[in-house]
Write a protein that binds this ligand. Structure first.
Ligand code: BG6
Length: 491
């Protein structure tokens, strides 16, 4: 494992994301030898912490990975804390001094990664200061990793992008979508382009419809303040779901490289139809969870959650039909759905193939369709693939019986495979942006969802509800039935 040499500066270093995801990921990279002695981390945030206290926080955050005392001590000794008011230029002087000092101490060759894990309202100021205070004037590379949300509409995203692009060029910007770091999302390309049996059928001649479900069984937990302003459309569809759709729908790239994959994904997203507001209302439904007793647990309504308005009209569920206007996908609906407080936490993709044109096994009615072949990609918590086929039922006579070819990664494989953030941080260290979202993808995704948002915002009255623990409002089932299709996965 090739050693990576860099200084990380984490804005939002005291936050939840840093503690839950980043520090453990950095520790895993350290353990595997991708980070050795030549790395250092500056954590910054408003709170006044000492280095010692920060290192204690780091040690606690990697506790679940059971480091030895020695390991934890050695790892956390690379962490430095600096209280920082992002609006105050003087603070950037101290940041630069510390960065230069650590650069020398750890021989970091001027390589700098800036991780923005905080409220986006300050991104502009931060990058401006990184430039004006010459923190990025080094002999090594400077890269920016940005957490979502990247804007809250096309317009705000564009403003944010302009601010950032005034300082960093596109190649230096790594916009995180952690779904792109997931093993089975990366497997979409392996399944498609590594298996000619699938890729040769991957079009509207043979595929009937494609379904993407990202279901969660938790509510908004302690993120009510953020979520109530965002809702499922912006929280999950604009980013994760549209990224999955792009990977499923894109054309075959000439080679598997950052440039070509991103180009093809952008083209695919550009072919997703941008609805009129009227079409958006026809093709998208939303819902909000209400209280229920499920699996022996009393679940409160969304409106009763902390920091959620008691009359909130924010959606915690979205289902919709996307249409892709190109040669490959004309006539193939992409059904998508996501929500909180659903029956179970699971993400999966179902590719539903067209049935045999004629059912020769049923001479009374050869038009009675046979069960359709379905390729399922299980993203989480179980990881794997399955393919349903029609076989002959064992025994006399001749009856068909569905069989399932099923492969799942073992719990051990899943346990030992790198976590999404770990992979993405390593990619950013190596300068590989394949699994990060390009501005053209982000902007097109906003264009797609903005219309839906606008259409909903013009509607009055309460939005549809669903009982916590179910798979969403009745409208989500009506939507797909209207097309003479059905959700494959019904837990
Ligand atoms: C985040 C959303 O981007 O993804 C959360 O903000 C959501 O609301 C999470 O819970 C889901 O990610 P995962 O990896 O748990 O499926």
């Amino acid at each position: 494992n090739e050693e990576q040499i860099a200084l990380f500066t984490i804005f939002g270093g005291t936050g939840d994301l840093a503690r839950r995801k980043l520090y453990p990921s950095l520790f895993r990279l350290y353990r595997k030898g991708f980070l050795k002695n030549k790395f250092a981390v500056i954590g910054t945030a408003r709170r006044e912490w000492t280095d010692d206290y920060y290192r204690e926080v780091i040690t606690t955050s990697i506790d679940a990975l059971s480091p030895t005392e020695e390991e934890a001590l050695a790892f956390s000794s690379h962490f430095y804390y600096q209280a920082h008011n992002v609006m105050d230029s003087a603070h950037y002087h101290s940041l630069k001094e510390l960065a230069d000092e650590l650069d020398e101490k750890y021989q970091l060759e001027g390589n700098r990664l800036f991780y923005l894990a905080m409220a986006p309202n300050f991104f502009g100021t931060i990058v401006d200061h990184l430039k004006s205070e010459q923190i990025i004037d080094t002999r090594g590379y400077s890269r920016l990793i940005i957490e979502k949300p990247f804007g809250s509409s096309f317009e705000s995203a564009q403003q944010l992008n302009e601010q950032i692009r005034a300082v960093f060029n596109e190649e230096q910007i790594f916009r995180i979508d952690h779904y792109l770091g997931k093993e089975m999302i990366q497997n979409i390309s392996a399944v498609r382009f590594g298996n000619y049996i699938f890729e040769s059928l991957w079009n509207n001649h043979y595929i009937d419809n494609i379904q993407v479900t990202l279901a969660e069984d938790l509510g908004v937990e302690d993120r009510g303040g953020y979520y109530d302003k965002s809702g499922a459309l912006k929280d999950m569809i604009q980013n994760h779901i549209l990224q999955v759709v792009a990977l499923l729908a894109m054309e075959v790239p000439n080679t598997f490289s950052e440039k070509t994959i991103r180009e093809e994904k952008i083209k695919a997203l550009k072919a997703v139809r941008i609805y009129s507001e009227e079409e958006a209302l026809e093709n998208f439904v939303r819902g909000q969870y209400v209280s229920n007793t499920f699996n022996g647990k009393d679940i409160i309504s969304y409106r009763e959650e902390t920091n959620v308005a008691p009359d909130s009209r924010t959606e915690t569920f979205v289902a919709g039909k996307l249409v892709i206007d190109n040669f490959r996908w004309k006539g193939v609906p992409f059904y998508i759905r996501t929500g909180k407080q659903l029956t179970t936490k699971a993400a999966r993709i179902n590719v539903v193939f067209k049935p045999s044109p004629v059912n020769i096994f049923n001479p009374e009615d050869v038009c009675k369709t046979l069960p359709q072949n379905i390729l399922t990609i299980y993203i989480q918590p179980t990881e794997g693939f399955s393919l349903t086929l029609n076989g002959k039922e064992v025994g006399p006579g001749f009856h068909l019986d569905p069989v399932k070819l099923d492969y799942r990664n073992t719990a051990e494989i899943i346990e030992n495979s790198p976590e999404a953030y770990e992979k993405l941080v390593l990619d950013a260290l190596k300068g590989d942006a394949t699994n990060f979202t390009h501005w053209d993808e982000v902007s097109q995704s906003w264009r797609i969802v903005d219309v839906i948002r606008q259409a909903w915002d013009k509607e009055e009255g309460d939005i549809p509800t669903y009982k916590a623990g179910t798979m969403g409002p009745a409208e989500a089932f009506d939507l797909i039935k209207r097309e003479n299709d059905d959700w494959v996965w019904k837990p």
